[in-house]
Design a protein around this ligand. Structure first.
Ligand code: TSJ
Length: 397
């Protein structure tokens, strides 16, 4: 508010419109209660800033226009995120009279309001977008390569420092955002952890098959860097989790299906000779460690399919059955669903609540797993033997 009054007394011929008041108040709110927007201002919130920016680039990849994303932690913990997408639109918007680029960085929840199609990954756990990162950065610079020009804009703590300016010519297209987390906001630490970002970026690479993601740490003389691209998507995620384990069938089983344009479900699974159950699930690329409807649908379909096949193939005699737990012993599974309006529930908003996803996941797994078992009797036999062994062990105990 102070800001506004100052400007109104000094800028003689400029009346502030309602939209501009909202802009200032909006980003002030973020700085007043940062935890409301990024969960916390501890190390977790600090890393969340990077995920917010990367999610925007991933949306561009999901829309089919971006194949490469890079993330660097630079000297002084300056973060640079770059993609080779179409570049954030720079045209002047009707409602605001401002470049779309400015709106993206100065209006809360502006992300995904224009353009689009497909599932938006942002809108997950906190899913608040670029303006929140901008509000919580002591400085932020964006460069857009688009239509032959390089457009640049600079901000400090959410305020425009340099309006959109053409700074040169270019032959490529893409977006680059550089920011420094505001030490006034992140009072505990502004130090990024390479391994934390590396792990999350590897997860994003698994979840977005074919997308190339590079993570680097150029803070020290000796630069750390890894480029990740997984053509096999979540199949390779399962192989990665099982990399040091003995598996009982050669390649992960992969299943996918969609319900119109509203929702899709993907599951990859592989059994190992261990007694552990590892189910890692995601909704719109957001990790759901508390599970939810997608996991429920999966579990029910897995138990049903193994019992049905066991009976049909005469592996399960008489009225013998294997329980859900039996079916999940030694299982490594990754579930990834995408849906238009994900409902995250529970204490930590880490549980998927959409009931329609239970039905979809169940029907995808029922249908595709039955098919797999019929076509791969050797693997099917090994999986059922393992479940029956688990059943006997449980009954003996
Ligand atoms: F977070 C962010 F907004 F700052 C950001 C956005 C950061 C990074 C690294 C990339 C991006 C981003 C946004 N990359 N690509 C896009 N694409 C668009 O914003 C875009 C481009 C074209 C059209 C269109 O309809 O022509 C629509 C959109 C949403």
């Amino acid at each position: 508010m102070m800001e506004l009054e100052n400007k109104n007394t000094t800028a003689v011929d400029h009346e502030y419109g309602a939209s501009e008041i909202q802009v200032l108040e909006g980003l002030e709110a973020v700085r007043k209660r940062p935890g409301m927007y990024i969960g916390s201002t501890s190390s977790s919130g600090l890393h969340h800033l990077v995920y917010e920016i990367v999610d925007n680039a991933i949306d561009e990849a999901l829309a089919g226009f971006c194949t490469e994303i890079s993330v660097d932690i630079g000297p002084g913990n300056v973060i640079t995120v770059q993609d080779n997408g179409r570049g954030i639109p720079v045209d002047i918007q009707q409602q605001t009279g401002k470049p779309a680029l400015e709106v993206v960085f100065t209006i809360l929840h502006a992300g995904g309001k224009f353009g689009g199609g497909g599932y938006k990954v942002s809108g997950g756990l906190h899913g608040v977008g670029a303006s929140v990162v901008n509000a919580l950065s002591d400085w932020l610079t964006v460069q857009v390569h688009k239509d032959g020009n390089i457009y640049e804009m600079k901000f400090s703590r959410g305020q425009v420092v340099q309006p959109m300016t053409i700074t040169g010519k270019t032959e490529r297209s893409g977006t680059q955002v550089r920011f420094h987390p505001d030490p006034e906001m992140f009072t505990e630490t502004t130090d990024y952890d390479y391994d934390t970002l590396h792990t999350r970026m590897r997860e994003e690479a698994f979840l977005n098959a074919g997308l190339t993601i590079t993570i680097s740490d150029s803070r020290e003389e000796e630069v750390r860097r890894e480029t990740m691209c997984y053509a096999g998507g979540i199949r390779e995620f399962v192989s990665y989790i099982n990399r040091n384990k003995t598996t009982i069938h050669d390649t992960p089983i992969y299943m996918s299906g969609a319900k119109g344009d509203d929702a899709m479900a993907e599951v990859a699974l592989q059994y190992t000779d261990t007694y552990n159950e590892i189910i890692v699930s995601f909704a719109n690329n957001v990790h759901t460690p508390e599970g939810g409807m997608h996991e429920e649908g999966f579990r029910r379909a897995l138990t049903n399919a193994l019992n049905a096949y066991g009976k049909k193939a005469n592996i399960l005699k008489n009225d013998d059955k294997v329980s859900g737990e039996d079916c999940r012993e030694g299982l490594t599974c990754v579930i990834a669903v995408k849906l238009t309006e994900a409902q995250f529930e529970g204490q930590t908003k880490a549980k998927l609540g959409n009931a329609s996803i239970r039905t979809l996941t169940m029907s995808v797994v029922s249908e595709k797993l039955e098919e797999y078992l019929e076509e791969n009797p050797k693997a099917a036999r090994l999986i059922l033997d393992k479940a029956m062994m688990a059943n006997r062990a449980r009954e003996a105990a």
